[in-house]
Design a protein around this ligand. Structure first.
Ligand code: NAP
Length: 319
């Protein structure tokens, strides 16, 4: 089978498409034929070595969807041909097939395409955790999704809107902002425009949002501290560098700045998040937005794309 392999940490050029031996399902495992792969910014951090070293070579990728190709001994309730979502298999998802423990697959919702299934895992677990577990989002509150146009942002907008929050968001292109509006954002602002936080404050009648979900804290944290309402919460989901802030701003309104990483979620927290996401699939408000589709052999270009401005939902690779 074909798979992307990383033999050394570095730029996108280290992603090499190679022929490797097909996986074989052992005890408690299944082999999934991958039909779509979700690309996440974290894939680029791991590839570059920014997240520390790991045994090489390896196949990147946390998200995927496909069909069960074979089932190992001791696996129950899973049949060859089942349509499944694959979430964080150690073997990686940038490949034609991957080897999964049974706990790393979920049934693909009937109404979902493979591309939508591959867009579910990291983005929706992150959005749920940031909004409800770290951010304590409540019905009737206003949330600013600071970066509402990408995988996590569109998921945040859908979940927050369905939970009865008023959702404001930001994005740097009209196409991305339109997408976030369709996902449930009441108003969208352009974070590439000087003075946009004043526009947000104006639209809110001078009162800051109770909650900010922040995708780029190294650029925005000081602004968030100025903007958020009294006793407000800022949840840092993404950050790619340093920023100087004025700590006194946190004293202005007893503000909470909360970090989050999915890696820290307990099994109970993940289960609670899955219940929330699953309920949203059932009621129809969880609908992953697939923006761009590229081929597996374009993985290097996809890694450039995912870090560039102009997100329009989720970026997906097809093997
Ligand atoms: P993505 O699909 O590439 O989207 C990136 C988002 O960031 C887009 O909405 C983009 O808006 C926005 N952005 C760019 N410049 C911005 C700015 N100056 N201010 C506010 N937002 C800005 O990535 P993603 O999958 O949604 O992930 C978003 C971030 O969360 C990434 O940094 C990722 O590493 C992080 N993340 C963290 C966790 C965790 O566990 N903590 C999990 C998943 C993701 P435009 O493109 O419209 O400019």
């Amino acid at each position: 089978m074909l798979a992307i392999r990383v033999h050394e940490f570095g730029g996108p050029e280290v992603l090499r498409l190679e022929t490797v031996t097909d996986p074989v399902a052992g005890k408690g495992q299944v082999v999934v034929r991958i039909r779509a792969i979700g690309v996440n910014p974290v894939d680029t951090y791991i590839r570059s070595g920014a997240y520390g070293t790991r045994p090489i070579p390896f196949t990147p990728g946390y998200d995927g969807a496909g069909e069960v190709e074979s089932v190992g001994p001791g696996v129950s309730g899973v049949r060859v041909g089942d349509r499944v979502v694959v979430y964080r298999p150690a073997a990686g998802t940038y490949a034609e097939k991957t080897l999964c423990e049974q706990r790393e697959i979920l049934a693909l919702p009937e109404s979902f395409t493979f591309e939508q299934g591959a867009s579910l895992g990291v983005s929706y677990f992150t959005a749920y955790t940031a909004l409800f577990q770290r951010g304590r989002a409540k019905k009737g509150e206003t949330v600013l999704v600071h970066g509402a146009t990408g995988g996590v942002g569109t998921a945040c907008v859908q979940l927050a809107h369905a939970a009865g929050l008023r959702v404001f968001g930001t994005g740097s292109t009209e196409a991305g902002r339109a997408l976030a509006r369709q996902s449930g954002a009441q108003a969208m602002f352009d974070h590439s425009r000087p003075g946009y936080t004043e526009e947000i404050r104006g639209a809110l009648g001078g009162i800051g949002p109770e909650l900010i979900i922040e995708m780029l804290a190294n650029v925005n944290l000081e602004r968030d501290l100025e903007l958020v309402g009294a006793r407000g919460r800022i949840v840092i989901v993404g950050s790619r560098g340093k920023i100087e802030i004025t700590p006194r701003l946190t004293m202005r309104g007893n503000l909470d700045v909360l970090g989050m990483s999915l890696n820290n979620s307990t099994a109970e927290e993940l289960l609670e998040a899955w219940r929330g996401i699953h309920a949203g699939i059932g009621s129809g408000h969880v609908k992953p937005v697939v923006g761009e589709i590229m081929r597996l052999d374009q993985a290097a270009a996809a890694h450039e794309r995912i870090l560039a401005p102009g997100a329009i939902g989720k970026l997906v690779l097809i093997p």
